[in-house]
Design a protein around this ligand. Structure first.
Ligand code: COA
Length: 334
């Protein structure tokens, strides 16, 4: 059986930096509250009038990833695109990327698993490569959150957390079974679907409901029960990491780099303490970018690799938790 290796990575974030002080001019919040509770100092938000969208940011990240893999667009056999903020209700953004990258007739699949989207996508890509169906798969996570956030005091518990950006990786077939993705582990618990959600627009909140919506109707903005998310996140992150380590007869001491979904610095620090990981074993960049949902892991992984923090032979563990609830992990021998 083949194994799949990450051969190239890239990321793109909009130029426009929005600091906590900038937010305090839009809503009743402050730098101290945001940093103390989340670790976030600033995030990138697409500037009004910019050409950036979920799909164009994905294209920019993809071009870098494909080039770094030493490939051209013609070598890519399949596209997997993870997002909760697609350009259109349908079709998905994967086909827009396929067109923009000029990859005629290559299959494109959208994955709608929110913060776990990139973990789910890597797992799907891994199966296609291990079975021999595809050789090189482009896996992308991209989010344009700032367009849908309620940037008033009413929406402050969510608006301060999220940022825009995209990350991409090329997963390629390898004959060396001791390297690459060792295992992936995916879970969900739909009974908590309403704890972190945007209900509209949707097919059950269609045009008449949108046109008649009152200002106080919050269905059109993301909703989150932050404390419930937090409590579940620390449990599920830990379970997913343990599951990945156990499946490969490894322990936390074997981890060279842990890359969590960048949800909240306090969640990451809890997991770090739980597994007794040193600062060198964990990568965090939520301070600069906020929570970019499906894009957060590929952006963090790419940055860590660019900084020389991921080397050949390293054991890299990725884990995510988010809306759905969905969660999972990926164990990689780099
Ligand atoms: N600025 C200032 N005050 C704020 C605020 C903001 N941006 N957002 C909320 N508050 C206020 C609340 O209104 C509340 O005020 P009150 O006590 O007068 O009612 C107070 O701060 C505490 O709110 P609470 O929601 O209890 O805070 P918290 O300590 O739970 O922190 C989160 C809120 C969102 C930071 C935290 O719950 C969290 O990180 N949850 C997980 C979120 C997450 O990871 N989401 C992504 C999943 S992938």
């Amino acid at each position: 059986m083949y194994s799949s290796r990450i051969t190239g990575m890239g990321f793109y974030v909009p130029d426009n930096i929005v600091t906590n002080d900038d937010l305090s001019k839009m809503m009743d919040t402050n730098d101290e509250w945001i940093q103390e509770r989340t670790g976030i100092q600033e995030r990138r938000w697409i500037k009004e009038g910019s050409d950036d969208t979920t799909s164009t940011m994905g294209v920019k990240a993809s071009k870098i990833a494909i080039e770094r893999a030493g490939l051209t667009k013609d070598d890519i056999d399949f596209i997997i695109f993870a997002t909760l903020s697609p350009d259109h209700f349908f079709p998905g953004s994967g086909v827009l990327i396929q067109d923009m990258l000029d990859m005629p007739n290559v299959g494109a699949l959208d994955v709608r698993n929110q913060c776990s989207g990139f973990v789910y996508s890597l797992s799907i890509a891994d199966q296609f490569i291990k079975t021999g169906m595809y050789k090189n798969i482009l896996v992308i996570g991209s989010e344009y959150h700032s367009g849908a956030l309620d940037k008033t005091t009413r929406g402050r518990n969510l608006a301060v957390l999220f940022g825009d950006g995209a990350g991409a990786a090329v997963l390629s077939r390898s004959e060396d079974n001791s390297r690459g993705i060792l295992s992936t582990h995916l879970h969900s618990q739909g009974e908590h679907a309403e704890v972190l959600t945007v209900k509209a627009p949707s097919i059950i909140h269609w045009i008449p409901a949108i046109l008649n919506a009152k200002e106080e109707d919050t269905s059109y903005h993301p909703f989150m029960d932050g404390q419930k998310v937090f409590k579940n996140a620390i449990v599920r992150f830990s379970e997913a990491i343990s599951e990945g380590l156990d499946a490969n007869n490894l322990t936390a001491e074997d981890i060279d780099m842990f890359i969590p979904h960048q949800a909240n610095l306090r969640i990451t620090q809890f997991v770090q303490r739980r597994f007794k990981l040193s600062d060198d074993q964990v990568y965090s960049n939520i301070q600069k970018y906020g929570n970019t949902t499906a894009a957060s892991i590929p952006i963090a992984m790419c940055e860590a690799w660019e900084q020389g923090k991921i080397k050949e032979g390293d054991l890299v563990v990725i884990a995510a938790f988010g809306s759905g609830f969905t969660w999972g992990s990926v164990v990689i021998r780099w």
